[in-house]
Design a binder for this molecule. Structure first.
Ligand code: ADP
Ligand code: MG
Length: 579
């Protein structure tokens, strides 16, 4: 029986077939190809989750909404369809909101659907169960926010949410569904007619020919051109076009973190290992789905060399991104597939590779940097430091390039980004634009579910703590996720102390913690390792078996620097306290 064909009263044959809010929500989602929902059950959406499952939608229940929200967000990034997160009212909604804001910041399409309390009581502030004006609170944190009050509007509400999430610059959308809506009844036929299948949810946005001509002119005149690939380029799924752009143009490229693997990091034109030189000494930079935010030093300062030494071309779907930090001399507004195809068309009409000495400079620099790092990655010492442990994981990904790497932490993040080469698009998922901690287990669950590939989550011990309870979720759904915890007893390092001697230092954890035991508690595999060889063997075993596994990798507590690579962002006190 289809969801709409719910017969309310079978005895009266004059009675028309009826449907209700529950079924209309489910039918609207299914009509639009939504196959998976991430969430946490509770009032008023417990039955919605059950009924979704009964109707064939996969419902993945988490232990905390933030993790479900992160799962939905990364599902959106991986599939170009909005990831759906379903939460209860007020507190559940608020827990999901961090993920919604993070998705919006990262341009990931997701929809947070939250149940809410009764409007009449909320608006008069009469103290309803979990009372909160959720729509108003969500609005500034997402791309669009909608509330549906009548069952007949569910179809339109869902359609608007989907289109808002994926069209133009993708982002987070909030959909508010008050409890009363779910049991509202309407005629089934009228209900079915009220549903909307979103046609061409993210239409191609073709760049203006004049913008393409301007960009090509800039590139042709460049002596030291550079392409910067961002996660927008990874999201666009225009992988062949992006590779052709690099290879046909012969222009070296630097991938941003989540764009790693769009072309293999071992590609001859990759300047990833010569990043500083490439950014500083280039004269014309083509940004492809990458913003000139803090992660690219706002396009100015020491990172980018002499003031005025740079001309920027930018491909982005969001017109207002242009000139956000510095002048963009050739803005190319459109979707990455269409823009890159148009650039390639232009290049086919005549193109000269960039000067050989620029390519050679970057190649030399890259080889020197790689050679400098190599011995650090090969040490088989105990306790491990970050490099020796990462050396083992680097080999794992080399041997299993289709595995998905989830990565968060401070040193664990910064060093893994540099050490672990990626070979395929959208295989590296990390803390993104905010550098947020807590994405780990949500991303790992969704990556396994959406792609069916093995997942390797490389986690700082602190980072893991933000979503660690989801190891139960990973075991419950029996997902092929291998978590490696870089356990150095604390945040940044495990060596801090309380100067007064009263408490542990603010950045340290219980020394010698055995995170692997957490996995065993839920029936997964737990392993404790102290050398890179043991680490490699344990990860290989996990990936071969596909069993949920957590490896506690003991790292020297003195290894690691404050805030990893971004220690300079910490404000410094100038006041010396008198004794
Ligand atoms: P990174 O952090 O990797 O540099 P950002 O998140 O800063 O990447 O930038 C991604 C950019 O990609 C955003 O400005 C976004 O508008 C853009 N973008 C996302 N999807 C597309 C697309 N399909 N076509 C063009 N631009 C896109
Ligand atoms: Mg640590």
């Amino acid at each position: 029986m289809s969801a709409v064909a719910q017969l309310v009263d079978t005895s009266a044959d004059t009675e028309a077939e009826q449907t209700d809010g529950f079924h209309l929500v489910i039918d609207a989602l299914k009509l639009n190809g939504i196959e998976t929902i991430y969430g946490v059950p509770g009032i008023p959406i417990t039955d919605l989750g059950r009924m979704c499952q009964a109707e064939g939608i996969r419902v993945v229940s988490f232990r905390h909404e933030q993790n479900a929200g992160n799962a939905a967000a990364i599902a959106g990034f991986l599939t170009k369809k909005p990831g759906i997160c379903l939460t209860v009212s007020a507190p559940g909604f608020l827990n999901g909101l961090t993920a919604l804001a993070n998705a919006t910041t990262n341009c990931f399409p997701m929809i947070l659907i939250s149940g809410s309390s009764e409007r009449e009581i909320v608006d008069l502030q009469q103290g309803d169960y979990e009372e909160m004006d959720q729509l108003a609170i969500a609005k500034p944190l997402c791309k669009a926010a909608f509330r549906v009050l009548h069952a007949c509007d569910i179809g339109i509400g869902v359609a608007r949410a989907i289109r808002a999430a994926v069209s133009g610059r993708p982002g987070g959308v909030y959909l508010d569904l008050p409890a009363k809506l779910f049991s509202q009844v309407m005629d089934a036929e009228a209900g079915a007619k009220s549903l909307v299948k979103v046609i061409d949810a993210a239409p191609a946005q073709i760049p203006a020919p004049s913008a393409i001509a301007r960009a090509l002119e800039e590139l042709k005149n460049a002596k030291r051109p550079l392409i910067v690939l961002g996660k927008g380029a990874a999201y666009a799924q225009a992988d062949d076009l992006v590779r052709d752009l690099v290879e046909k143009s012969g222009i070296p490229y630097v991938p941003m973190s989540m764009a790693k693997g769009l072309l293999p990091d071992t590609h001859p034109l990759s300047a990833g290992a010569a990043r500083s030189t490439a950014l500083k000494d280039s004269d014309v930079v083509l940004l492809v789905g990458a913003r000139l935010n803090w992660l690219l030093s706002h396009g100015k300062g020491k990172t980018w060399g002499e003031p005025g030494s740079k001309r920027f071309i930018q491909i982005d779907i969001e017109p207002r991104e242009m000139d956000s930090n510095v002048e963009i001399v050739a803005p190319v507004v459109g979707d990455i597939g269409s823009c890159v195809a148009a650039l390639l068309d232009g290049m086919n009409k005549g193109w000269k590779a960039p000067p050989a000495d620029w390519i050679e400079t970057l190649r030399t620099k890259r080889e020197a940097n790689v050679a400098k790092m190599a011995p650090k990655l090969m040490k088989n010492t105990s306790p491990m430091d970050f490099h020796s442990a990462l050396g083992a994981l680097r080999t794992v990904i080399k041997e299993r390039p289709d595995a998905i790497l989830v990565n968060e932490g401070a040193n664990t993040l910064d060093l893994a980004r540099g050490v672990i080469d990626m070979y395929q698009p959208r295989k590296r998922l990390d803390v993104g634009t905010w550098g947020v901690m807590g994405i780990g287990m949500g991303f790992a669950v969704a990556a396994a579910i959406e792609t069916g590939k093995p997942v390797l989550a490389v986690e700082g011990d602190s980072a893991f703590g933000f979503s660690g309870m989801e190891v139960e979720t990973i075991c419950r759904y029996n997902l092929p996720v291998c978590i490696v915890i870089f356990n150095n007893n604390g945040i940044y390092r495990g060596t801090d102390t309380d100067p007064t001697g009263r408490d542990p230092g603010t950045t340290v954890f219980v020394p010698g913690s055995r995170y692997d035991k957490m996995m065993e508690a839920f029936g997964g595999v737990g392993v404790n390792v102290t050398t890179p060889d043991e680490l490699k063997r344990a990860v290989d075993a996990a990936m071969d078996s596909g069993k949920p596994t957590l490896i506690n990798a003991e790292i020297d507590p003195a290894a690691g620097s404050e805030s990893g690579n971004i220690g300079s962002l910490n404000p410094q006190s100038v006041v010396k306290k008198k004794k």
